[in-house]
Design a protein around this ligand. Structure first.
Ligand SMILES: [Zn+2]
Length: 131
């Protein structure tokens, strides 16, 4: 999946947003399968039960080959991780501004840990559910 970075207009491999969520609905991506470039239209789907809770995924679909790209898995834990990371991002910015780079780095490490945990959950859910 190639993303178009809204700032530079260039294709990038990784989504510019660290958690992979499209920043705007008119953001464009290029399909891995058929190389069509299209504007993201985010959709939500209930994918099923997992560990006693109803799991939802946000995804977008290639209008040409219908390949679906899940970009966000919603569980109680991933919601919490995302909320925590939003707080950390704020705090990180404040610490940098305040001239406390070592404390900022510690926050960044926490952020990365949360992201890693999110990736683990994502991997598990991707293996279990297909959209
Ligand atoms: Zn396609």
């Amino acid at each position: 999946m190639k993303f178009i970075d809204p700032k530079s207009g260039k294709e990038v491999d990784k989504h510019p947003d660290p958690d992979g969520k499209p920043s705007s609905s008119n953001e464009e991506v290029t399909c891995d399968k058929c190389f069509t470039t299209f504007a993201i239209r985010a959709q939500t789907k209930r994918v099923g039960m997992y560990k006693g809770e109803q799991i939802k995924a946000e995804y977008f679909e290639c209008p040409s080959c219908m390949k679906r790209y899940p970009y966000l898995w919603l569980t109680n834990e991933t919601r919490k991780l995302r909320a925590k990371n939003k707080e950390i991002q704020k705090l990180y910015g404040a610490l940098i501004k305040a001239g406390k780079p070592s404390e900022a780095l510690m926050e960044k490490a926490k952020f990365n840990q949360n992201m890693q945990r999110y990736r683990e959950i994502e991997k598990e859910l991707k293996n279990r559910f297909s959209l």
